[in-house]
Design a protein around this ligand. Sequence first.
Ligand code: 26V
Length: 821
Amino acid sequence: KWRKFAATEFSTKDEFQKEVVKHVETTLARSLYNCDELAAYSGVALAFRDRLIIDWNKTQQAQTFVDQKRVYYLSLEFLMGRTLDNAMLNHRMKDTAVEGVSELGFRMEDLIEQEHDAALGNGGLGRLAACFLDSLASLNYPAWGYGLRYRYGIFKQEIIDGYQVEVPDYWLDFNPWEFPRHEITVDIMFYGYVRKSTDENGQTSHVWEGGEVVQAVAYDSPIPGFATSTTNNLRLWSSKPSSGEFDFQKFNSGDYESSVRDQQRAETISAVLYPNDNIDVGKELRLKQQYFWVAASLYDIVRRFKKSGRAWSEFSDQVSIQLNDTHPTLAIVELQRILVDKEHLEWDEAWNIVTQTFGYTNHTVLPEALEKWSVPLVQNLLPRHLQIIYDTNLFFLQSVERRFPKDRELLSRVSIIEESNPQVIRMAYLAIIGSKKVNGVAELHSDLIKTTIFKDFVTIFGPDKFTNVTNGVTPRRWLHQANPELSKLIADKLGGFTFLKDLTLLNGLEKYADDKEFQKDWMHIKFRNKQRLAKYIKDTTGIVVNPSALFDIQVKRIHEYKRQQMNIFGVISRYLAIKKMTKEEKKKLVPRVSIFGGKAAPGYWMAKTIIRLVTAVSEVVNNDPDVGDLLKVVFIEDYNVSKAEFLCPASDLSEHISTAGTEASGTSNMKFVLNGGLIIGTCDGANIEITREIGEDRIFLFGHLAEDVDDLRHAHRFGKTEMDPALRQVCDEIEKGTFGDPGVFSGLIHALTDGGDYYLVSDDFASYLATHKLVDEAFKNEEAWAHKCIMAVSAMGFFTSDRAILEYAENIWNLEPVVVA
Ligand code: 26V
C-alpha cells in the first residue's frame, strides 16, 4: 500500500529543472536569486542523487530477494574521482541536464568543476578498484565495495619554488553522494588479552577481552551501472568512540581534556589515507586501520549471511571476498576467529570455509612493498589473531612437511613467520594460504610471481591456484566521459554507443583507418583536446605551449622504478642537442612539449628530487631563446583523477617506461591508447599485451627485457658497466650547474654511479633516445600517424574492465548477474 507514495524520477528537461530548483530552494535553503555555481552544482547533484537512490533501493531489494552469491571487494583505496558527470552519463541523461542548466544560466562544465574529487587512493590500485565497481554494476553483478571513509584523502600537491609541498585534502564539507547509516555500527576491539575458558562439556574456547573499543559507522554511496538499473553499494567505515567508551568518569571529574583526547584517538583511525604507493612503512596506526575496516566489514557480511538462515557449509556459495592486495589479509584470520571462537565450528571445518571464500590479488613484486607486520606489534594489538596466525602456520607447515619430508629449507622459506629480529608476519604468504585463488594483474606479472616471489607456493599448491586477470579500465569514464567528442565520432561510425558495453566492437573502426575524412576528424578532435590542455597549462603555469607540437606525457606516481628520471634526462639530452643545432637542423625538428605530473610520497626523498629536477629543467629550457617552441617542459601540479580525464585525451605520446619486470600492469597505458595516443614503453606489465593486441608497428617499445635484469644488475654491482655516453653528458651538464645548484641533484647522479643504477637507466638510455627519434620521424607523417592511432584504438577492446570483471566472475568468484527489473 506504500507503492503509490513511491518517489518519481525526472525524465524530461522540464521535470529535471523543477527538481533542481526544488533542491536549491528547499534542501539547500537558497534563494534562486543568489544561486552561485556551487549551489547550482548541488541542486543538479541532488536531483540526480534522487534518481540514483530509486535504482539503488530496487537493486538492493532484488539482490536480497534472489538470494544468490554476492561478491565483496575489500580495498583500502577507492580512487573514485568525481561522481556527477559519471552519474549523468550512466543514466543517459546528460544531454537533457546540459540543456536544462543552460536555460537556468549555467554551463555544465563549470558546475561539474565544483565537485571535489573523492581521492581515497594513491594510484593504480585505488583507481582499479573504482573501475571494477563501475564494471560490476554495469554487468549487473551483485557486489559491494568495502573500504575506509578517510576524512583526508591523498594530499594535495603544491609546487612551491620547484619543490613539492603537501597540503591536507579535506573533502567532506559537502558530499551529496554519501549516506551516513548511523544505525549500522560495529564495535571493534583492540589490545586486551586472551582467556581460555572451558565449558561443562570440557570444550575449551578462547575469549578475547579487556581491550579498547572503537565504533565503526557505515557510510554508503550508490554505484550506478551504465545503461542499467543496477546500482551497487560502496560501504565505507568511519571511526568514532564507542558509546560505552566515552569516559564519563573522567568527564565528570573534570578531566575534560583527556576525555576529548580519547575521543580523538578513536577518530584518528579513519582520519587519513597513508600516502605511500608501493612502499611498506609498518606503522601501528596503519595496522589499526586494516583491522578496523576488515572486522567491521566481516561483521557486516556475516550478519547478512546469518539473516538468510543458511548453514555455515553454504557460506562460500553465498559469499566471495576479494582481497585487493594484502592490506585486508587480516580478514582471513578474522573470519576464522568468528567461526571458531564465536560460532564454535571445528578448526578444520572453519578453515575449509575460509579457504573457499577468499581470493587474493597481488599488485606488486617490489620487495619493499610486500607487507610484513612485526610480531610484537600484532601480539599487542590483536593477541587472539596472532594465536590464530601461529596455528594456521603450524598446520600449514605440518602439511608441507608431510608432502616434502626433511626439506627444512623449504619450511623456513614458506613459513608465514620470518625469523628476523623481531619476527615478522609475511602477509602475502598468509593471503595465499588462506585463499582459493591468487592472481596477478597482467600476464608477465602473473608469470613473474609464479617463478619468483611465490615459486614455492606453486610447488606446494600446484599451478591451478595461481592465475592471471589482466587489468582493464572502464570505457565509460575513460573514453565516453573524458573524451566525449571521440566517443561520439566512434559511435557515429559504429552505429551507436553499444561499444561502451562491448568494447570489442571497436574493431569496427579498422575499416575507417585509411579513410582520409575520418582521419581528419580524428586528428581534429585530438587537436582540440590538446588546445584545451594548452589553455589549462597557460592558465595555471603561465607557460605557453604550441598545440601543434608533439605532446609527450608521463603522469603517474613518482617512483624510481617508473623512471621519470630517465624521461627528464632524455629531455635534457634533447635540449643539449637543440643548443648545438643549426637553423636548418632546427627547422626539421618536431616541436615537443614534455609534460610531467604525479605525487611523490612525502617521505620519499629521491622522488621529490626528481620533481625538483623537472621543475629546474623547465625553468631553464622554457626561457632559453635558442629553444623557442622546439621544446617546452611542464610539470602539472596535483595530478589526480579529474586531471587524468583531460590529460589522457590530449596526448600524442605517453610514457610507460618502468624497468622491465617492475610495473605489475599499469592502467594509464590503456587509457592513453584508448584515447588515440601512442605510447613509448618498455616490455613490462600490460604494455606487452597492449603490443600483442594493437601490433608492434603501433607502439614504440625499447629497452632490456625482464629476463635480462638480474644479469645487468649483477654487472653494475661488480663495476663492469660504463655509463652510457649520452647519459654521461647529461650528468655533466647537471653537475656543471646548468639547472641550478648541482648539490640538489647529487642523489640522482649518485644512484646511477655508486648506487649501482638499480633501475638500469644507463642500460636503457641509448635505446630510449633512439626510440624517441623514431617517434619524431613517425609524427611528421600525419596520415600515417592517424592510421596507427585508429588501428590501435580499434584493437583495445580487451582492456575494458568489463572483461576483467567477467574473468573474475567466471574463474574466481563463480558469480552470476542479477537483473533488476
Ligand atoms: C602498498 C602499500 C604498502 C603499505 C603502505 C601503503 C601501501 C599502499 C599501496 C601498496 C600497494 C602498491 C601496489 C600497487 O599499487 N600496485 C599497482 O597496482 C596497479 C593495479 O593493479 C598496477 O596497474 C600497477 O602496475 C601497480 O604498481
